[in-house]
Each structure stands twice: as C-alpha cells, then as structure tokens.
Design a protein around this ligand. Sequence first.
Ligand SMILES: Nc1ncnc2c1ncn2[C@@H]1O[C@H](COP(=O)(O)OP(=O)(O)O)[C@@H](O)[C@H]1O
Ligand SMILES: [Mg+2]
Length: 254
Amino acid sequence: MSKTLLDIKNLHAEIEEEGKAILKGLSLTVKAGEVHAIMGPNGAGKSTLASVVSGKDGYEITEGSIEMDGADILELDPDERAKEGLFLAFQYPVEIPGVSNINFLRTALNEIKEYRGEEQISAKDFMAMVREKSSIVELDPKLASRSVNEGFSGGEKKRNEIFQMAMLEPKVAILDETDSGLDIDALRIVAAGVNKLKNENNAVILITHYQRLLDYIVPDFVHVLADGKIVKTGDKTLALELEEKGYDWLNAEA
Ligand SMILES: Nc1ncnc2c1ncn2[C@@H]1O[C@H](COP(=O)(O)OP(=O)(O)O)[C@@H](O)[C@H]1O
Ligand SMILES: [Mg+2]
C-alpha cells in the first residue's frame, strides 16, 4: 500500500475579508506515486484550493483538515509547508532582479535541509545537481544563472518553474496551470517535466482547465471541482467526457 501524502477532509474555507465561502466540504486523498488532475468550471475554487493548501494569507479555514504525510499542516506558515515538502508553482517569486536563480535555489534547498536536520549541500554537489536537473527539464544552463525570471519568456518561465520543482524534490507538487496563456510549448514543458519527475515517493496535483494537457500527462485520477467541492472522480476518460459534454452535463446528472 502506498503512503498517503496529502489528506484533505471536509475542507471549508472562506475569503477572510468578505466572509465568502469558497470551499464547501472538499475532500481529496493523494497517495505516493499518483498524479491527480483537478478540473472544473471557472470560479469553482480550484486556485483557492491551491492557495489554502499552500497556506497563503487571506483565507480562513472554518472546518476540516489538511494533513501532509500524516502531519496536520494547518498551523504551519507557507514557508514551513514548503520545507515539509510541498511545492506550489508560483509560490516562488516571479521575478527577483539581482538574485540569480541558482543562489535563490541554493538558499531554498539549504533551508529545507536545515529544517530536516540534514547537512548543507556543498557547492560542488549543488552544481552537479543543477546540471542534472537542468538537463532533465531541458533548461538552458545559462538561464539557471540569470536573475530569477528576469527577462524570461513565457516558455522559459515555465521551464524554470519545473526546474525549481526538480531542484526542491517536493513530496507533493501542486501545479495550477491557470487557464489562459498556456501555449502548446508550455503544455509540453510542464508535461515533460512532470513525467520525468514523478516517482513512487512523490505526488502531483495538476489543476487545469485543459483536457489537452492530459494528452501529455496521464493522470491516475481526474476530479471535477464545482462550487467548492469535488463532485465527481474518475480516471483519465472523465477528462475526455468533460471535453465532449462540458460541465453542465454533471448538473444534469445530479
Ligand atoms: N482574493 C479574493 N477575493 C475575493 N474573491 C475571491 C478571491 N479569490 C477568489 N475569489 C472568488 O472565489 C471563487 C473561486 O475562485 P478561484 O479559486 O480562483 O476559482 P478557479 O481557480 O476554479 O477558477 C470565485 O468566485 C472568485 O471570484
Ligand atoms: Mg484558477
């Protein structure tokens, strides 16, 4: 039996400022070795789910629980959750002028190691890791030493995001591929990265509007999130069915 890496039970969350309920009893269990796709109409709460799991400010959890690898993470701040092994694409700064990607990642990696009581990585091992991981995600090694995301094209940013994920080796990665603006190249980059990085000990949650992305990454489970809950779960064929019939079909069925 694979180990459960993320266990969300009956999660209710609202926007703090407005007291507006967004997540309304969402449950999701993700085990090691699994890829989960979360689809659903605009405004369903997909990005809110990613934000709440990562611990972003501005949301109040009114009910339910989130456990990562068996430990309650609700009281942890985003930084601590990252050190526990959570990776959220876009959690890391979009652009940091003057700070090279590499220095940024070396600091992040050493903070994670310190948190786990492990030794700091040597410069030599770190550079070897950069070479290995940048080749896995086909990131031009020159980009790795440029300032974080400064002057990167859309595709380069995407590749860099996957490179960050490769370097930090998270237990659970959440990729919120927010709908517009992902061209076919970006889809391929994300897909190739996820396919190369997934293994028996980690899990990926892919939030997407695009059935197309799932032509490249075959998920073990597809969930439909609507009005703050998971309303249907299936295998990869569910994504095709959604593409064909739209989300209204689910309302008709209910
Ligand atoms: N910071 C915020 N302030 C006010 N409303 C928000 C905020 N974030 C999200 N919402 C609202 O929460 C709902 C869910 O949004 P979101 O999680 O972004 O949906 P999705 O990613 O599924 O399209 C929407 O009605 C959206 O308008
Ligand atoms: Mg969204």
